[in-house]
Every structure is written in structure tokens, then in C-alpha cells.
Design a protein around this ligand. Structure first.
Ligand SMILES: [Zn+2]
Length: 1061
């Protein structure tokens, strides 16, 4: 065919549209580029014969099990797989036609859902993503150079779920009755130069989408594409080399030396559970990474990064052959384990110790299996980042941080791309948020152009990271993507790009670290604020597990140090921590997964809690068997164990039927017949017998109905609290100062039922407009239950309407100003949330909230849009509103969604989203919160300790009547009331050392003496991976066992000490 015009006609828009048509895979595909992509294809029983075996129910059998089953022949042109979540094994017997000899032959297999290709000898080969979406991956290379007439047998493990599960829309609950239709199975041979031209044109087309028309390169791209279309003939493959020549000239032009540098890395974000259960994730990992190993083999320049040690461990256990291949690829330097954590965890809800364990488990796994220490903390998809992370990251042997999630902010645009992120204690890490604003980029020219255009710090950091590859449900880059990356690496009009280890990017950036801007404090995510509350039981289970494991580790470490023959249960503790850390994945603990996931996590938490309770008992028995410890029925006294490091005086309750233990019993609690007594001055990390005299010395608490007003009053030495007939706290007077904390006409314990209809992300988002629409719930009754002297309490009954109901048991003990609210809720709402609100006569521009190993202050006003965006914030065990001289804290035992506007602090108790879990949070809930008024502003208070006590109860040990206490406290912290002793555990390396973690909790300095009665003789400061950092002078105790060390703390510093014999 003669080309009539050698130059571009002056009709650029028509030409650009012509290119779209030329690339279209629907209309005109018989005469455009799609007609040139394959040179041959065959199907039918002569070449492809298929048999199938369907696994029963939702079982996911192994290859070894599946291949032994009875397979039935199917018609490859008419078969349907189903229902949802079922598994079908297909045996494909392939016969290569003679005309395919010497060619690369591919199997085209599109089951409509996900699948794994297995070799006949049981090696996973590649993942298949069926269906018709952009992420489709349905070709598998059967032979790079086929032999004529040869036969190949493959197995295809068909999983009846899509890449994004089975919802009717992105986040819809799974449709349990979905089926998937197998499309005709073929053997195909690609036309090499046709495919090459297709990739060239794809890049040209993408450049035309994004380059400015003022740029000569836009016109050159257009005229190049036009010339190619003119030279192309769909019926004549001989025209292709000419077309490629035209393209080659365009791609030969290179950018200048000052151009932006993109460091590209393939990745496939695999949500460890989300719209599919954990068991499916295990297969997603294998499918995705098998695919990527294939790409690494075929493309020598390609590099791929994968995070989450848990996913590697699953691969190691379930796919040892594939794991061995991954190990080889890691050695080769192009398969890059990254991130350093057990999973890509949520960073709002997990405790400080949990964040440490994420790194401890993760870094140790990567070190042991690959000899790799991850330097980049990798968290592209988590919903907000705690201000303690820079310190923890540093202490975990990493120094860099990657994310991009703040690009989803729905109010303010985050102002930096590459910057120093400075944490609570002043530690900093280099942070980069890829300017392409996605971790699932598709290797497109327009995204590379955006990597420059959206880079906010390009003036002094002219480089960026680019993460590409299908993700969330796994998958990763495709051949097409790697082919495009190859074409785009050095082309004028685009930044220069190449594959690189992210460490290389950060090391390069770090050289200029002193010149980077800084961001101080938390990286608050302005979206997904409902994830502090959704799936309430999961959050509560996590809280319980965190503190129960703390007790188990401390008591076991002490028992091991003290008692010959007591073995520290290291393996079991590691197993349980792995389960806890697993459920902290960034779609599980936030509450954004499907119902199936929570059935799994419920089972895991039940396992964790049961096993931990058993271990705690065993350790207690080993420690106190010689102190008169006995069975509850034979008890003549009660010993109380305090695992916090400060002395405590509390009213303790022993369940009914065990009254004998309570020599000091003065009162029986009404609702459960528990015997009450005062445990006075129980030493930190030590025990004390409950003495009858303690109760006698306390000033009685009382409950009564005030004459005249009818208000119900709870009163003790410290406070007088008055409740209205509506169940609201209408007065709270601190008696020593005679200070009224509730402003006239205002109230606390106001239960509010808000409309809670987010814009889209149902379980994720509580949106700002929920604050505009709510009703206040009114109590039906307020009754006095216990009248003292040790405990005064009332019951408040609040119908919500419909089937929902709140019952509160409000109590005040004789020995504390803390007012406890124990709630039982029947909850059957739809897109409504329940909050409790307290308005205090306190004025402050900031409220203080607990975060991991510290606190964070946030505004109580809406001065700027940044302030306004924090209309719901995450807090751990408390939120506090203080002014000079006085403050009140609101404590909780497993709630995280707080807000303070003016002088009203709210705590979000329950939500009722319907997707992706259609039954989220429906049913019964038990939880507690408490009000703790205190003298002094927050940093002069004991709020941190009080909130700790609210979550870590004293341990009651029945002992015989003659029992004597002669125990020394295990560990004490002297001279610094702002230091909290958190974890005490055996060292991971099992050399018999004990690791103690402490932190400064109020934002000041301290010189603390940490003493131990255990037989240690030396101590060292370590990082959180328990590796030596510094020796510490250990002073042996005179005459006794153990000794002490003196440690200086900076504000919010985390200190890990390692004691050895
Ligand atoms: Zn994710």
C-alpha cells in the first residue's frame, strides 16, 4: 500500500482519536493492532483435553491430595465453576501442533475467577486472573521453544473467587452463590513484532494523554503514531518491521541530564485478609509470587519487592518448592523482601508493644530465612501513622519509611513527598510518599509524568519511587507492564526510570536529608475514621490479648529466673504473638474485612486467650506454690498479685462461693454475689495479702437518692457524682477542692445515637456530617444496686428503640475517685453509631490522647481545616481534658474513637456498617469506660497508670489461712513517676536473659533506678530487636539477690534493657 501523505495533517484531535480506535480491543479489532498480535491459535479436543475434580464444600486441598482424585472429562467450550469459594482442579492434556514447532506456545485459560497453574510434578507455575477486567492474566507460557507434536500435562487449581472476592460492588458483602464460566481454552503463538508494536503504541498513547500540547514531544508522539498507522496493514505482517522502525526513531531521543529519576519496583499488594479469608490469601501469595518468579526469569532487568513476613512463612510451610525458588531469587538480589514487619499492620489500634512485636517477628524472620535486615518500613496502605513510629522503626534496625495512603485524605492535601518524619521523641526517618499516589501503578507513561508533576519536593529531591503491579488482591506486574517499563526508561518527554532496590533510592535521598523539610508528629489520615470502632469485639480481643500476654511473659520470665525446672514457654508465646500480630493486619483489626475473616479471627483470639490464661496459671503456680497457694474452695485468705510496676490500692471482687478467701470481706456485690475486699498498697510487680483491717480503714462509699431533687448519688471520700432520671451525670464534685466538674445545664454520660452514613467506605468511614444528626437516649430507669461500704453502684436502663438496648452498671469504690461504667448492649442498628459524651467545666485548646508509648495532643477547636479534619481521632486507653490545676480523663477497655470539641469529649462505642460485613457488630457487647478526675494538669497526673490499671486487673490468688508473704517485687522503678514498665520477657535468643521494656509516658525527662530481685549480675541497653546497644552499670544489691541500674530517659523515650546472669 502506498502512503499518500508523508506529513501529519493539521487535525491533531482526529489523529489522537484514530489512535484510540487503532488500539481498541472491541470495535475494529479485526483491522487494527489487535489483528496483528497472534500468528496462530488452536483449540478443541485434538489439542486441549480437560478433566475436572471438584473439591467438596469450601475445602482447599493440596496438589498431592487433588491429583489422586477421580477426574471427569469436560467440554472445554461449555463448563461452569462454582459456587463461591469452592475449588476445582482441572487436568489439561495439551498436544502441541506441528506448525507451532520452535515457537513460544502459550495456554490461554480464562476460568472467570482466580487459578493457579501447576506442573504435572506439583510445582506451582503461575497465577491466573480470569474475567474481563484490566487485571486479567490468562496466558501461561507452556514452552519457550515448542517441540512439534509434544504433549504437556498441566493442572489448574481453580478458585471460585475474583481478585477482589465476591461482592456485587467493590466492598459489597460476598455473594455466596456466584458461578464462573470457563472461556474456550486455546493454545496460541504470539506474533513477536506485533506485540512489540502494541507496547510501543501503548506508550505513545499514554504520552499523548499527559504531555502538554505545547511540548514538541506531544507532536512528535502524535506524528509517530500517525506514521505507524499509515504504514500498518493488518493483513500483512511484513509491514510490522517498518512500523517498529518508525517507533524506534521516536524512542531513541533521550532526556537531558537534569531530568527526574524514577526508581521503579514491581510489587503486588496482597491484603492478608480482606474481601477473602486468610486461607485464600495463602493461595494468593503462591499464585502472585509464582507469577513474579516467571517474570524475573524472562526479564533480567526486572525487580520485585514483597512485604509481610507472615506471607513468606505461609509460603515456606505450604509451598516449600516455591519458597526455595523465592529464596534463590532473593539471593540473586531481584526478589526483595521488604518492610521488616510480620504483616502490614494497622498503626492506630495495636499497642506500642504490638508494634515492636511486628518488627521483632518480621525482622527476625527475614534475617533467619534470607539473611536480610529490612531498612525500609513499608506500609503503602495503612490508615494513619502513629507519632511513635519513627522511634520504633529506628529501634528496629530500619531507617526509612514508605507510604502513599495520605493521598486519600478527604479534606487536606498532604504537603510533602520526600521529607524527614520526626516522631514524638525527636527520632526521625526519611519518608517518601510516591508522587504517583498509588502502589498499584500500571507502568504507564502518564503516571511517570505525574511522578514529576505531583512531586512536592522536587526542587531539592529530584527523584521518586514508583510502585507498579496489580494489587490488593495480589497479582503484580504483567508482561505488558514490564515491556512498557523497558521502553520508557530513557525517553525524552518522560523522567528517566529504572528498576532499583528501594534501599538504593532512600540511600540516595538520605545524602540530602539535612536539606529536606520535616513533618513532626503523627501522620493523621483524613479518612477511614470509623476504623477506630468497627468490629468492636476484635478490638477488645486485641486489647485483652496484649495485656494478658504481657502478664504471661512477665510471670513466666520471673518464674523461669527464680524456679529451677520452670521452662519459659517461648514457642507457645511466639505462636500466640504471631496470631495477635496477624489479626492486626490493616483490614482486619480496623474492621474493614468480610464476615468470614472475623469468624477466623474470633477462633484465633479464643485460642490465644485460652492458651495464655493456662500459661499464666502455670507461671503463678510455679512462683507461689510455696506461699500457700491453694485451690479456691480451700482458701482461707486472698493474696493479690500486681503486675504493674507501681503500688495499687483497689477494691477486689472474689466470685461467689469462695467467701472463705475473703477474711476482709465487708460487702457482697449484688449482681454477681462476689465478695468484696480492699487490697491495700499491693507493691508493684509483687504480692500482698488482703488484710481485714484495710477495709476498716477506708471511708465508706455510698449510694442514695437525694431528697428533693430525686437525683441518684454515688459518693466516696474523693467525689460526689449525681445522676439524673435520664441516666446522665449532672454533677461531679471533687470533694477536696470542692470543684464542680459538670457545667450548669450540661451533663456527662450522655448517650447519643447518631446517623452514621458515610460517603462510600461503609465499615471504614465515619463522616463529619454524622455530628449534625443525632438524638440523645433517655434512661427508662436508674436504680441503686450497691450501697457500700466498699462499692456503691447504680444500674441505668436505656432503651435505644427497636431491638437495641443499653444497660449500664455505674460504680464507685471506697478507695478511688474513678467512676466506672460497665455496659451491656444489645445492638441491632443500621448505619447508626452510639457515643457517650461528657461535658466538663474545663477550658483547653488541646486534649491529650494516649498513643503507643506516649500521648498525642490534638485541638479541641476547628480553627483550620487541618483541625477540623480531626473530628474523630484514635486514642488508646484514655483521652484527657486538662487545664492548669485540674483535669478529667475518659478511660476505656477497648474503644479507640475519641473526639473533643470545645469542652465536650466523646467516645464512640459502637457502629453498624453493612459492608463488607453485612452483620458487623450486630448482637451483644460488653465493655467498660471510666471517668477519672485528677488534680494537676495531665502531665502532673497519674492518668497513664490509672488507665493501665483499668485494663490490667490485679490477679487474685487463693491461699490458705496461714499463708505469709515474703516475696520481693520482681522489678521496681524508683525515682521517676513518669516511667512505665511495660514488657518483661525472656530474650528471643533463649540464652536465659530477661528483656525489660520501659518508656517515658508524660513527655519529660527522668533518671530512674530500675531494681530487680532476680539473680541477675549484668545489664545492657538494647534495641527492640534485643541487640546490644550500650552497656549499663549494674549495681549488685547489698546482701540480697539482684541489683539495680540507673537509666536516663528523654521525653517519650522507649528503653529496652537486657538483664543477664
Ligand atoms: Zn491493603
Amino acid at each position: 500500500m502506498e502512503t499518500q501523505m508523508s506529513y501529519l495533517q493539521k487535525h491533531p484531535d482526529v489523529t489522537k482519536s484514530r489512535l484510540n480506535t487503532f488500539m481498541s480491543n472491541s470495535q475494529f479489532k479485526d483491522v487494527n493492532i489487535h489483528a496483528a498480535l497472534y500468528e496462530a491459535r488452536v483449540s478443541g479436543a485434538a489439542h486441549v483435553s480437560l478433566e475436572v475434580w471438584a473439591a467438596p464444600g469450601t475445602e482447599r486441598p493440596t496438589f498431592e491430595h487433588a491429583v489422586k482424585q477421580e477426574f471427569t472429562a469436560i467440554d472445554g467450550s461449555d463448563h461452569t465453576f462454582g459456587p463461591s469459594w469452592s475449588t476445582h482442579w482441572v487436568r489439561a492434556s495439551l498436544k502441541i501442533p506441528h506448525e507451532f514447532a520452535g515457537k513460544e506456545v502459550r495456554l490461554l485459560f480464562n476460568p472467570g475467577c482466580e487459578a493457579m497453574v501447576w506442573s504435572a510434578d506439583g510445582m506451582p507455575q503461575q497465577g491466573i486472573t480470569g474475567g474481563g477486567g484490566a487485571d486479567k492474566r490468562v496466558e501461561y507460557v507452556v514452552a519457550r521453544k515448542a517441540k512439534a507434536g509434544s504433549s504437556v500435562t498441566l493442572y489448574l487449581e481453580v478458585a471460585c473467587n475474583g481478585m477482589f472476592g465476591l461482592g456485587d460492588y467493590t466492598i459489597g458483602p460476598p455473594d455466596e452463590h456466584r458461578t464462573f464460566r470457563l472461556q474456550p481454552v486455546e493454545l496460541v503463538v504470539r506474533r513477536v513484532d506485533g506485540m512489540a508494536l502494541y507496547y510501543d503504541l501503548s506508550v505513545l498513547k499514554q504520552m499523548l494523554e499527559k504531555l502538554p500540547r505545547e511540548s514538541p514531544r506531544w507532536w512528535q508522539a502524535l506524528s509517530t503514531a500517525n506514521a505507524i498507522m499509515n504504514a500498518f496493514d493488518a493483513q500483512d505482517a511484513a509491514t510490522l518491521p517498518g512500523c517498529l522502525e518508525i517507533a524506534k526513531e521516536f524512542f531513541a531521543a533521550t532526556p537531558g541530564s537534569a531530568t527526574h529519576q524514577v526508581y521503579a519496583i514491581g510489587n503486588c499488594h496482597i491484603d492478608t485478609a480482606w474481601l477473602w479469608p486468610y486461607d485464600e490469601t495463602k493461595r494468593k501469595v503462591a499464585r502472585s509470587w509464582a507469577t513474579q518468579l516467571g517474570l524475573l526469569e524472562r526479564y533480567p532487568e526486572y525487580m520485585f519487592a514483597a512485604s509481610q513476613a507472615q506471607q513468606f512463612e505461609w509460603l515456606k510451610e505450604l509451598y516449600p518448592g516455591l519458597f526455595a525458588r523465592v529464596k534463590e531469587a532473593v539471593k540473586g538480589g531481584r526478589f526483595i523482601p521488604i518492610g521488616g514487619t510480620w504483616v502490614e499492620m494497622d498503626c492506630n489500634v495495636p499497642s506500642g508493644e504490638s508494634l515492636v512485636r511486628q518488627f521483632l517477628l518480621g525482622q527476625r524472620f527475614f534475617q533467619e530465612n534470607f539473611g536480610v535486615r529490612c531498612r525500609v518500613f513499608w506500609l503503602p496502605d495503612t490508615f494513619g501513622y502513629s507519632s511513635q513510629l519513627p522511634q520504633i522503626v529506628r529501634l528496629a534496625g530500619a531507617e526509612y519509611f514508605f507510604t502513599q495512603k495520605l493521598s486519600w485524605n478527604n479534606i487536606n492535601k498532604f504537603p510533602h513527598t520526600t521529607f524527614n518524619w520526626v516522631g514524638l521523641d525527636g527520632s526521625s526517618v526519611v519518608c517518601h510518599m510516591c508522587p504517583a499516589e498509588t502502589y498499584t501503578a500500571e507502568a504507564k507513561a502518564d503516571q511517570l509524568i505525574e511522578s514529576v508533576a505531583k512531586h512536592k519536593d522536587v526542587a531539592y529531591s529530584n527523584e521518586s519511587l514508583y510502585l507498579y503491579g496489580f494489587g490488593d488482591g495480589g497479582g503484580g506486574p504483567t508482561d505488558d507492564m514490564v515491556e512498557r517499563m523497558r521502553r520508557m526508561q530513557d525517553v525524552d518527554g518522560l523522567p528517566r526510570s529504572r528498576h532499583a532496590h528501594p534501599d538504593e533510592f532512600y540511600a540516595h535521598v538520605e545524602k540530602k536529608a539535612a536539606g529536606l523539610v520535616s513533618w513532626h508528629g503523627e501522620l493523621y489520615f483524613e479518612l477511614h475514621r470509623g476504623t477506630y470502632t468497627s468490629q468492636a469485639q476484635t478490638k477488645k480481643n486485641n486489647r485483652m490479648a496484649e495485656y494478658l500476654l504481657r502478664d504471661v511473659e512477665m510471670l513466666s520470665a520471673v518464674a523461669h529466673a527464680r524456679t529451677a525446672g520452670f521452662a519459659y514457654p517461648a514457642d507457645e508465646l511466639t505462636r500466640l504473638w504471631k496470631l495477635v500480630c496477624l489479626n492486626q493486619f490493616h483490614d482486619v483489626i480496623p474492621g474493614s474485612s468480610i464476615e468470614m475473616v472475623y469468624r477466623d479471627s474470633d477462633r484465633m483470639y479464643a485460642d490465644v486467650l485460652e492458651s495464655a490464661r493456662g500459661m499464666k496459671q502455670a507461671a503463678v503456680k510455679a512462683l507461689f506454690a510455696g506461699s500457700g497457694l491453694c485451690a479456691a474452695e480451700r482458701a482461707g485468705a486472698l493474696m493479690v498479685l500486681n503486675t504493674t510496676a507501681w503500688p495499687r490500692t483497689e477494691v477486689v471482687a472474689v466470685p461467689g462461693g469462695n467467701r472463705g478467701a475473703m477474711r476482709g470481706c465487708e460487702q457482697v456485690r449484688k449482681h454477681d454475689q462476689a465478695a468484696l475486699a480492699v487490697a491495700a498498697a499491693v507493691p508493684g510487680t509483687g504480692v500482698q495479702l488482703v488484710a481485714p483491717s484495710a477495709a476498716a480503714h477506708s471511708v465508706p462509699a455510698s449510694a442514695y437518692r437525694e431528697r428533693g431533687s430525686g437525683l441518684v448519688v454515688l459518693e466516696n471520700l474523693h467525689v460526689t457524682a449525681k445522676f439524673s432520671a435520664q441516666g446522665q451525670l449532672v454533677s461531679l464534685v471533687e470533694r477536696r477542692s470542692e470543684r464542680e466538674l459538670v457545667p450548669a445545664g450540661q451533663a456527662g454520660n450522655v448517650l447519643r445515637l447518631h446517623d452514621d452514613i458515610p460517603l462510600f467506605w461503609d465499615a471504614w468511614d465515619i463522616e463529619i456530617n454524622h455530628l449534625e444528626k443525632y438524638r440523645v437516649l433517655q434512661a427508662a430507669s436508674v436504680e441503686i444496686v450497691d450501697e457500700g461500704p466498699l462499692l456503691a453502684s447504680i444500674a441505668i436502663d436505656v432503651p435505644v428503640g427497636g431491638q437495641s438496648h443499653v444497660r449500664q452498671f455505674v460504680s464507685l469504690s471506697a478507695v478511688s475517685p474513678r467512676l466506672d461504667f460497665a455496659c451491656d448492649v444489645e445492638w441491632h442498628e443500621n448505619r447508626r453509631c452510639l457515643k457517650t459524651a461528657f461535658t466538663w467545666d474545663i477550658r483547653s485548646d488541646v486534649a491529650t490522647y494516649e498513643t503507643q508509648y506516649g500521648v498525642v495532643q490534638r485541638p479541641t477547636h476547628r480553627n483550620t481545616t487541618w483541625d477540623m479534619a480531626k473530628f474523630e481521632v484514635c486514642a488508646h486507653k484514655f483521652g484527657d481534658l486538662s487545664e492548669f490545676g485540674f483535669g478529667v480523663a475518659l478511660l476505656n477497655d477497648g474503644k479507640y474513637g475519641y473526639a473533643t470539641l470545645g469542652n465536650t469529649m466523646t467516645l464512640t462505642l459502637l457502629r453498624s456498617p453493612k459492608s463488607p460485613d453485612a452483620h458487623c457488630d450486630m448482637g451483644h457487647h460488653s465493655f467498660r469506660y471510666a471517668v477519672y478526675p485528677h488534680h494537676g494538669a495531665f502531665n502532673e497526673s497519674r492518668v497513664v497508670q490509672e488507665a493501665y490499671q483499668f485494663n490490667v486487673p490485679l490477679v487474685q490468688l487463693p491461699v490458705d489461712a496461714q499463708a505469709q508473704v515474703n516475696e520481693e517485687p520482681f522489678f521496681t522503678v524508683k525515682g521517676a513517676s513518669n516511667i512505665v514498665l511495660d514488657a518483661v520477657k525472656a530474650a528471643e535468643d533463649r540464652r536465659g536473659d530477661v528483656v525489660v521494656r520501659l518508656y517515658e509516658a508524660y513527655g519529660g525527662r527522668a533518671r530512674a533506678t530500675i531494681a530487680t530481685s532476680l539473680g541477675f549480675a549484668a545489664a545492657a541497653k538494647t534495641n527492640v530487636l534485643e541487640e546490644h546497644v550500650d552497656t549499663v552499670a549494674f549495681t549488685a544489691a547489698s546482701g540480697g539477690k539482684g541489683g539495680s541500674v540507673v537509666v536516663d530517659f528523654k521525653p517519650f523515650e522507649i528503653v529496652t534493657l537486657r538483664f543477664s546472669k
